[in-house]
Design a protein around this ligand. Structure first.
Ligand code: NAD
Length: 275
């Protein structure tokens, strides 16, 4: 697949289009990820809390794809936050994945209930030094959480992975992150199927004019916005469909139409109340 790489602030590169496995059942993960790798995806986004790291790891092992051609992300679960517990949590994830390192390790949520996101960030930076996580970042951080870590650490997260889709474009948070060169990863890039992309003004017409689905238009929009995106599906034909987004381009007018479709509609959990 002609998937571009983006450069992160630590100098590493990341495939801009990947494959997410949230809600992929543990006993289905190996099949799903094996098919995604066959289709040509090389960037897989999992998490401790998805309970499918073992299946992801088996698919990686069976694929025979050289490790350096893959980009694997996993995430620290909230109850594992803390200076003392973070290193062991990564070791346990690596064990389940059957890997020596992950390409990217993320703090999954700020989890204010624990009040540990700052010390956890410092532990993440130390993990990067060990090489067990090549890059480190955060997820679901609001402006204030990014400010908290910037106040104590001169290492910035390479990414913030946040809910982002055409109805929830997160322009303010994205602008705030830019001061530290933090790239944005879009989770729920298709709105998690919780609303119809087709109901947004202009989407259906744009899709028809390119002979593409509204999902393909949405994925193309993420790419042209400079976002990192990893839609999820368990169906092989949709894996192919979601990657067939490099043979058309949205015009400036079409990008503006989609920008205007933002309705500040969060469909997932709020970072202040997720722990
Ligand atoms: P998504 O926006 O990718 O939507 C997935 C839904 O869209 C599924 O129901 C699927 O059946 C449907 N779909 C996929 N391709 C389609 C197509 N071509 N046509 C029609 N329907 C299609 O939602 P997601 O899975 O929540 O987000 C993607 C990834 O982001 C996850 O798998 C996970 O890796 C990550 N994520 C991270 C967090 C976080 O807190 N950091 C939270 C949620 C998701």
């Amino acid at each position: 697949l002609p998937i571009p790489n983006l450069t992160l602030s630590d100098g590493k590169t990341i495939p801009q289009l990947g494959f997410g496995v949230f809600l992929v059942e543990p006993d289905e993960a190996e099949r799903v990820v094996s098919e995604a790798l066959e289709v040509g995806y090389r960037h897989i986004d999992t998490a401790r809390v998805y309970k499918n790291e073992e299946g992801v790891g088996r698919a990686i092992a069976k694929s025979g794809i050289p490790r350096e051609e893959l980009f694997i992300t996993t995430k620290l679960w909230n109850s594992d936050q803390g200076a003392d517990t973070t290193p062991a949590a990564l070791d346990a994830s690596l064990e389940r994945l059957g890997l020596d390192y992950v390409d990217l390790y993320l703090i999954h949520w700020p989890a204010p209930k624990y009040g540990k996101h700052v010390e956890t960030w410092q532990a993440m930076v130390e993990l990067r030094e060990t090489g067990k996580a090549r890059s480190v970042g955060v997820s679901n951080f609001l402006e204030k959480h990014l400010d908290d870590i910037a106040a104590v650490s001169d290492v910035s997260p390479v990414v913030n992975q946040i809910e982002l889709h055409p109805a929830f474009q997160q322009r303010a948070l994205r602008a705030h992150q830019e001061q530290w060169g933090i790239r944005t990863e879009s989770w729920g890039p298709l709105g998690q199927g919780k609303y119809e992309l087709a109901e947004l003004p202009g989407l259906t017409d744009i899709a028809a004019s390119h002979g593409k689905s509204v999902q393909q238009v949405a994925i193309r929009w993420h790419l042209q916005e400079g976002l990192i995106v990893f839609p999820k599906t368990t169906q092989r034909e949709r894996m192919v469909e979601n990657a067939a987004v490099f043979d058309f381009e949205l015009s400036a007018d079409e990008m503006a139409t989609i920008a205007a479709a933002d309705r500040d509609q969060r469909v997932g959990s709020h970072p202040d109340t997720t722990d």
